[in-house]
Design a protein around this ligand. Structure first.
Ligand code: AMP
Ligand code: ZN
Length: 113
């Protein structure tokens, strides 16, 4: 399968990994939109949010747990931060392997663009 994020899981593409466990990998975004911009992905290939199945629920929840843990580790959990998952074309998804963006270290506005 020609998937960039699967290649990261397989270490075929260089990445700055910030967290890894059996089911999840987190690495710095190559084009950061905030002082901290980390992508948290399941190791299993799931193309979009629409493709999550009941068997994936624990892993999906783990993405959120890892985001909060990294926010605490990086020291901005109490001040606040933003997590984002883009889905399909109108949602702005460009890599079709689900990923949670963790953005921190600055103030964010709402609604998102
Ligand atoms: P999305 O637009 O939600 O699909 O987000 C895809 C993200 O992947 C973007 O923020 C990109 O900057 C990021 N990205 C693309 N290629 C790489 C790469 N080689 N290493 C790290 N992040 C990447
Ligand atoms: Zn993949």
């Amino acid at each position: 399968m020609d998937c960039l994020f699967c290649k990261m899981v397989e270490r075929e593409v260089p990445t700055e990994i910030v967290y890894e466990d059996e089911h999840v990998l987190a690495f710095n975004d190559i084009n950061p939109q905030a002082p901290t911009h980390v992508l948290i992905i399941p190791k299993k290939h799931i193309a979009t949010l629409n493709d999550i199945e009941p068997a994936d629920l624990e892993t999906a929840g783990r993405l959120q747990y890892v985001a909060a843990r990294l926010a605490k580790d990086k020291g901005f959990a109490e001040d606040g931060y933003r997590v984002v998952m883009n889905c399909n074309e109108l949602g702005g998804q460009t890599v079709y392997h689900i990923h949670m963006h963790l953005l921190g270290g600055r103030e964010f506005t709402w609604p998102a663009g």
